[in-house]
Design a protein around this ligand. Structure first.
Ligand code: GLA
Length: 366
């Protein structure tokens, strides 16, 4: 569903459920990450790209002071949240957290109504939660009459919602890509300084985001464990952040041994792959970019241990079927893969993949 249609549907649903037209209707996109995985909470480099799959929120004043009344089109469910309440381990947490951390400081004693709709599948590893946070923060800003809120401030607030309210120790990549990124451009971000640059996509190749059908879940502790292992690697290396080491330090990293060496090796080499990948985008070298994607997948598989059998197989077959690059994308443990395919092969490649793996879905072709 395109953005215009989604906004129309969510606006109409708001009016049907809450009995008046919304004050504002906003959207925020999900993202696919092209290179640089689990580097963001290590102060490293990432290369995500927003997708034209979005979360849409219609907002208006509500009738219950101190509460937000919510309606989800996708779940066809209503919920009511106390704006000073605790998290409930529900989708509404991302909205509640956004009220609490919004740079626009909404009056929590007032009442609000929100209708939420989405063209973005959940659990596909393309950042539905970051999109929900960014859309919520944009909606809150719009209700205050702020039509162009600072996108970097929104990204920072959205990450705080995850870290400090939801309790997920993620980096800033997803929120930044959703809030600051531009469609059809890669976003090269230095997560240490928040300096960023847009890089063009290839004119003769397409990035295809393919959902493996394995729902990824980062709340079972595996993500948090990786964060801890990286911190432990830093302790062993006597540094404050893995950003302080690069590929010239690989001997030193290998010497600490164990799982810490593996995790640090992945982060350091994936950081380098982002830097090399940006150059490949700028010079139109799809072949080189593809090689970096494959190396990144193997590093996620062998050193970071966040791939699953299904995504490993998909990557292998994607390459056999003619992709120049393929890798698991996002937090890992399932979710989606991203592949780089020559433009004139795209249709056939998508058909071959989805026929051979009926549980997969092509989410986006960029
Ligand atoms: C999740 C997190 C991001 C990032 C990726 C892995 O999507 O939200 O901050 O760490 O995993 O690159």
């Amino acid at each position: 569903m395109d953005s215009v249609m989604l906004k129309q549907n969510v606006g109409d649903a708001f009016e049907r459920i809450f009995g008046s037209a919304p004050s504002a209707v906003v959207t925020a996109p999900g993202r696919v990450n092209l290179l640089g995985e689990h580097t963001d909470y290590n102060g490293g480099f990432v290369l995500p790209m927003p997708l034209n799959l979005e979360i849409c929120i219609a907002i208006g004043p509500g009738s219950k002071p101190g509460h937000a009344e919510l309606y989800s089109l996708n779940f066809d469910a209503r919920a009511e949240i106390a704006l000073d309440g605790d998290k409930a381990d529900e989708w509404s947490d991302f909205i509640l957290g956004s009220f609490r951390f919004s740079p626009d400081k909404p009056d929590l004693a007032k009442g609000y109504s929100l209708a939420v709709g989405s063209s973005l599948p959940m659990g596909a590893g393309i950042s539905s939660s970051a999109a929900l946070e960014v859309a919520s923060l944009r909606a809150i800003a719009a209700l205050k009459g702020e039509d162009e809120p600072d996108p970097v401030a929104i990204a920072i607030a959205a990450r705080r919602v995850e870290n400090e309210f939801v309790g997920m120790p993620c980096g800033i990549m997803d929120q930044f890509a959703s809030s600051v990124g531009t469609q059809h451009m890669a976003l090269f971000l230095d997560t240490k300084t928040l300096d960023y640059e847009l890089a063009p996509l290839f004119s003769d190749h397409r990035f295809i985001t393919l959902h493996s059908g394995v729902t990824h879940k980062l709340t079972d502790g595996s993500y948090e464990q990786r964060v801890k292992e990286c911190n432990s690697a830093c302790e062993k290396l006597g540094i404050a952040s893995l950003r302080e080491v690069g590929i010239s330090d690989l001997d030193r990293i290998n010497a600490i041994g164990g799982v810490e060496a593996q995790r640090a090796r992945h982060v350091v080499t994936d950081n380098q792959r982002v830097l090399d990948g940006v150059e490949a985008l700028k010079s139109g070298s799809a072949g080189l970019f593809g090689k970096l994607m494959v190396q990144s997948h193997l590093s996620q598989k062998d050193d970071y241990e966040i791939t699953v059998e299904e995504t490993d197989t998909l990557v292998e077959v994607a390459l056999q079927m003619g992709a120049v690059g393929a890798r698991q994308t996002g937090g890992g443990f399932g979710g989606s893969i991203v592949c780089l395919v020559k433009e004139d092969l795209v249709d056939r490649w998508c058909e071959d993949m989805t026929t051979r793996f009926p549980e997969t879905t092509v989410l986006a072709i960029s």
